[in-house]
Design a protein around this ligand. Structure first.
Ligand code: UD1
Length: 339
């Protein structure tokens, strides 16, 4: 029998590299497709070093039909984990066309080529940003969706495309994972979040202050109706998040499913000031910060109800915020200039 592979688009990115490592650990055979627009080729060596395993790497874009065709022709692909995409919320508002083209158009081409190649098992990386606002801030998968930014809208459009494809072609099986706020890094300090531009997310900004690359952190508003006035988020360790993909794949292959959606969060929310305090405790470094105006588009709180993932997939986040800060700090220390 021909060896079966899992295709991972965006497999050299922040989340992708952790997913790849977890799959390699379980002896999956892997083809990575990555265009390296927001990841370094050095990550390939690091994945090899940590896993001591080999895998196939193809450089290219998900919108390149020739490359997709050749992958599906050359390898027997059992399922696809689709992570490739642009992911900066602020940037998506400035360059909407770039986001719709890359995320929506790119995904559509990937799905068309999957259909032609008769590869119809898919895990798609979506985001909590599809939800929008809600009074009690705890989101379940059945809640109404109303993304507040272009990035979130691209994710929602792709989710809807997948639902429509599955409705018309019943042999498609799709698991959609809605990530909350992934942070942290691999325990080894060899892989982690490696933004090419100035990071806009909270923890990478905190670690940059700690390493001396920024003078201070700007906290976006302290007049929200939360315990300390700063926004609260459901942070999830990237390693826990990566493991959710293994559970999703298992579920996909063992069950006769159509489209299943799961929240992937820890179920605990922390404020910006709490994150700073815990990071300071873990690192022993003082983080100077200044409260500035609210960032447009931020919601005051966002918390996952992850019980569906626990009940159906058997997955649950295990690592706490201290561990997330510890690992993010080790990654930043070992790679002060990124890789
Ligand atoms: C957004 C997306 C989320 C995505 C994440 C990572 C939404 C609703 N959420 O999360 O789906 O997974 O980006 O790309 O679209 N903050 C500061 N100072 C900073 C940076 C951040 O105070 O320098 C605060 C923000 O106001 C926010 C919290 O820290 O309250 C987290 O922000 P961030 O890490 O950017 O993630 P989100 O915007 O929550």
């Amino acid at each position: 029998m021909k060896k079966e592979f899992i295709l991972i688009t965006g497999g050299c990115g922040y989340i992708g590299s952790h997913v790849v490592l977890n799959l390699l650990n379980l002896n999956y055979s892997i083809v990575i497709l990555d265009n390296f627009s927001n990841s370094s080729k050095k990550i390939i060596e690091r994945i090899r070093k940590i896993s001591n395993k080999s895998f196939i790497i193809v450089e290219g874009d998900i919108s390149n039909r020739d490359i997709l065709k050749s992958i599906f022709l050359k390898y027997s692909i059992k399922g696809v984990i689709h992570l490739a995409g642009l992911k900066a919320v602020g940037e998506s508002e400035i360059y909407p066309m770039r986001y719709y083209k890359n995320n929506v158009n790119g995904s559509l081409i990937l799905f068309e080529e999957m259909e032609k190649a008769n590869v119809k098992n898919l895990v798609f990386s979506s985001s909590a940003s599809v939800y929008g606002k809600k009074k009690n801030f705890i989101f379940t998968e059945d809640d109404s969706v109303m993304p507040q930014n272009v990035y979130g809208r691209t994710k929602l459009i792709i989710e809807n495309i997948l639902k429509d494809i599955q409705k018309s072609s019943k042999d498609w099986s799709v698991v959609i994972l809605r990530y909350f706020n992934p942070i942290g890094a691999h325990q080894s300090g060899l892989i982690g979040e490696n933004p090419f531009n100035l990071p806009s997310n909270l923890l990478p900004s905190v670690t940059q202050v700690a390493i001396g690359k920024r003078e201070q952190l700007f906290v976006f508003g302290n007049n929200y109706s939360t315990s300390d006035g700063t926004c609260k988020r459901d942070y999830i360790h990237v390693e826990d998040l990566a493991k959710a993909h293994l559970y999703a794949l298992n579920y996909l292959f063992k069950n006769d499913i159509s489209v299943s959606i799961f929240n992937i969060g820890s179920g605990k929310a922390y404020s910006v000031l709490e994150v700073i305090r815990i990071f300071e405790e873990v690192s022993g470094i003082h983080i100077p910060f200044k409260i500035i105006d609210r960032r447009p588009g931020d919601i005051s709180e966002c918390l996952a109800d992850p019980s569906k993932a626990e009940m159906i997939l058997g997955w649950k986040a295990k690592l706490n915020l201290r561990k997330m800060c510890e690992d993010a700090w080790r990654w930043q220390r070992q790679n002060p200039n990124g890789i």
